[in-house]
Design a protein around this ligand. Structure first.
Ligand SMILES: O=C[C@H](O)COP(=O)(O)O
Length: 249
């Protein structure tokens, strides 16, 4: 049985003042029936880990380098994230794929580095609007899944987030049928590659304009094990009802 996961990606938002939202969230969900993960910007990782210590909220990074150390100005290794208090890291987010030209192979190498440090890799995939309109959604999902997920993936070290690029921060959400089609496809692809036992243990998150108003219906979709939430994770008042919807799904 997969435990549900509500993950918040603060992206490039937040300063020390934002930690009050994290504290409020942790206080509102002392014994949640779902896992909760907040991924603040790297500048807040250590303080966020201090704020969340002893609570049910885990802290994660938003990216890591594939190498353990070295001359990579501005980058952070998986070991550094772990040292700062992270237990997970988002990898291959479409914003990094677009802004930094990250390839599936690079995402896969980063995921291997994260796993080697004991971090859970939250690996993001998803099609652009042009790819969906061309009828290539499943082809893109399959290619990104195959290329970005390491052979060592398991339910313990890997979470897959399906995030259609056109749904991120736009208020546009795929139909429930469209979400189900992709999530069922991803489960089937994982089963072919890893076998049923491992495939059934890997959580599949949906991401893209998840709000308190649409969370419950999305969480009722086949093979949706939670959400990766951007904008609505910044305020406890928005993220808390999403977590509650997941707990009761
Ligand atoms: O990582 C989160 C996703 O990009 C979703 O962002 P959003 O909830 O603001 O659409």
């Amino acid at each position: 049985m997969r435990r549900k996961l509500a993950a918040g990606n603060w992206k490039m938002n937040g300063t020390g003042d934002s930690l009050g939202e994290l504290a409020a969230l942790a206080e509102s969900h002392p014994g949640p029936a779902a896992d909760i993960l907040i991924c603040p910007p790297a500048t807040l990782l250590s303080r966020a880990a201090d704020t969340a210590r002893g609570s049910a909220v885990a802290i994660g990074g938003q990216d890591c380098h594939a190498n353990a150390s070295g001359a990579h100005t501005g980058d952070l290794s998986a070991a550094m994230l772990k040292d700062a208090g992270a237990s997970a890291v988002i990898l291959g987010h479409s914003e990094r794929r677009a802004d930094h030209g990250e390839t599936d192979a690079q995402v896969c190498a980063k995921a291997e580095a994260a796993m080697a440090e004991g971090l859970t890799a939250v690996i993001c995939i998803g099609e652009t609007l042009a790819e969906r309109e061309a009828g290539d959604t499943l082809k893109v999902a399959g290619t990104q899944l195959a290329g970005s997920v390491p052979a060592s993936a398991s339910g313990a070290n890997t979470v897959i987030a399906y995030e259609p690029v056109w749904a991120i921060g736009t208020g546009k959400v795929p139909t429930l049928e469209q979400i189900a089609e992709v999530h069922d496809f991803l489960r089937a692809e994982l089963t072919i590659r890893f076998g049923a036992e491992t495939a059934d243990s890997i959580r599949l998150l949906y991401g893209g304009s998840v709000k308190p108003s649409n969370a419950a219906e999305i969480f009722a979709v086949s093979n949706v094990d939670g959400a990766l939430v951007g904008g609505a994770s910044l305020k406890a008042a928005d993220f808390s009802p999403i977590i509650t919807a997941l707990e009761t799904a």
